[in-house]
Design a protein. Sequence first.
Length: 225
Amino acid sequence: MLGLVMDYRRHRQNYRGDRLNKTLDGFFQKSFLAAFMLASAVPATAADAEHLKYLDESRKTAQEFMQTLGGTLKKQLELGGAESAIGVCKQVAPALASEYSKNGRVVKRVSLKARNVTQGTPDAWESDVLNSFELGQQQGKPVAEMEFTQITTDADGRWFRYMKAIPTQAMCLQCHGQSADISPNVRKLLLQEYPEDKAVGFSAGQVRGAMSIKYQLGNQSSVNR
Ligand code: HEC
């Protein structure tokens, strides 16, 4: 277990935020494994314990967020159909995001093809991770199990970052599918609300986007003591 913790720490130290590049795939696989194994690892330092706590919290938050939104959406689709459910996505999703974003934590949903371009457009790190999720999906990996975690550094400081892939399900297609899946009325309403909407053309099983969660960390010296 210690080996994995060390592996994780090495990645953490190597990474400088804007340098995820051609090594991403191998990197992703290793970090993914490390993150996965870390859930049951014994923390080596106070910093590792802190990161494990954030990982655990992030996983719970992502799951809760998706379950709450998915449940509400499903109910409204059954009750009133897709036209009526647009409001659920428009209101409930941003409300949940701001409810969960507190005490130094930021919670978002992002996508390489966003509908809400203001809130859903990924930053460079998120884009790289989303690309790695898509690559994984093309290689036949189960989207529902994809997650990624890393310590990053940028102009605003150091962050614990976590992403969890959001799979496209059949029920999503009436608002995110091919043109044959979306009724003309729904398309019209979506374009009225989101003139720059890019979130169409998906098929079931594809990566629709991801939950993205980050926590601001203290400075390097306090963590590496
Ligand atoms: C009734 C129409 C509708 C359905 C069905 C629907 N969505 Fe959406 N989706 C939306 C709208 C509207 C937004 C923009 C919400 C906002 O303003 O934040 C959105 C945004 C998103 C986003 C945030 C990123 C972005 O593109 O802005 C994700 C991720 C997402 N949807 C995933 C899903 C998934 C997964 C499903 C199926 C479980 C689904 N949606 C079903 C209408 C829908």
